[in-house]
Write a protein that binds this ligand. Structure first.
Ligand SMILES: C[S@@+](CC[C@H](N)C(=O)[O-])C[C@H]1O[C@@H](n2cnc3c(N)ncnc32)[C@H](O)[C@@H]1O
Length: 256
């Protein structure tokens, strides 16, 4: 295997390092995924759900879906060439990877189908502006079968707890910095430097710079969970509410 990058020989290694990097931000990351997949189990036959992993990155949600439902049909949609390459290498023939920009209403035309049991997303939609998220919710509803579910987990602080939320965020930041200092986790920037140094991922990292220029990706819009719940109702979901909460993060769900 000499000369072969870690990507080609073992994409699992990149999955593990991505997880450690993300867990530094979200120590309860797996809990939110488990809550999403319990909602999928409760609303499908629990055998072969059709799941769209929206802004799915390395396919984290898809891989956990397949671990829980081995006959699931999973589709990862993203636009990051580095993360999509890791997703494709990890899924191989067990799922599809679709390259599309959620900032553009045309993303649906790139899907292999429009009748999903569940659309699941995590730590991603805060990259989009408010008005786009509200419109996107209506578009997501359109790709769900009747009774299908949408779940979005992200930073959604509780509006009625401003002081406590700030304290929780400060505490989380301090723990994260302590992990970085002790080598217990890899910082976001360091992870990307390592990806850019990988023989296979390097050209994709260059392409990524074109899609997410360093100067542009500073935007983070993280309204409270109730904003999302209202937006889901306006988008036409029959039911909308909070499925899971952990500190200042939450997962909101909508039922078509
Ligand atoms: C922090 S990652 C989270 C990935 C994955 N859900 C996870 O939990 O590991 C955010 C993802 O959102 C994707 N993303 C952001 N804006 C997007 C857009 N406009 N269209 C498609 N994907 C987007 C990024 O490329 C990235 O993969």
């Amino acid at each position: 295997m000499s000369g072969m990058s870690a990507y080609l020989s073992n994409p699992q290694i990149w999955q593990e390092s991505w997880d450690r990097q993300q867990e530094a931000f979200l120590p309860d990351r797996e809990e939110r995924f488990a809550a999403m997949l319990s909602a999928v189990a409760a609303t499908t036959d629990g055998v072969a759900p059709r799941v769209l992993d929206l802004a799915g990155g390395t396919g984290t949600i898809s891989l956990r879906t397949l671990a829980r439902f081995p006959r699931a049909q999973v589709t990862v949609l993203d636009q990051d060439p580095v993360l999509m390459a890791i997703a494709a290498a990890s899924l191989r023939d067990r799922g599809q990877v679709v390259d599309a920009d959620l900032g553009d209403a045309g993303w649906r035309a790139k899907l292999p189908e429009e009748d999903f049991d569940a659309v699941l997303t995590a730590t991603a939609l805060h990259w989009l502006p408010a008005e786009r998220v509200a419109t996107l919710y209506a578009e997501i509803r359109e790709v769900l079968r009747p009774g299908g579910i949408f779940v979005n987990a992200d930073h959604m602080p509780e509006e009625s707890l401003p002081t406590l939320s700030e304290r929780l965020d400060q505490h989380a930041r301090a723990e994260r910095e302590a992990r970085y200092a002790a080598g217990g986790a890899t910082a976001w920037s360091v992870w990307w430097e390592r990806a850019a140094a990988d023989e296979f991922l390097a050209p994709r990292a260059v392409e990524r710079e074109r899609i997410y220029p360093r100067t542009r990706h500073s935007h983070e819009w993280t309204p409270p969970a109730l904003w999302h719940v209202d937006a889901l109702r306006v988008a036409g979901f029959a039911e909308a509410g909070v499925l899971w909460r952990g500190g200042t993060d939450a997962a909101v769900a909508g039922v078509r």
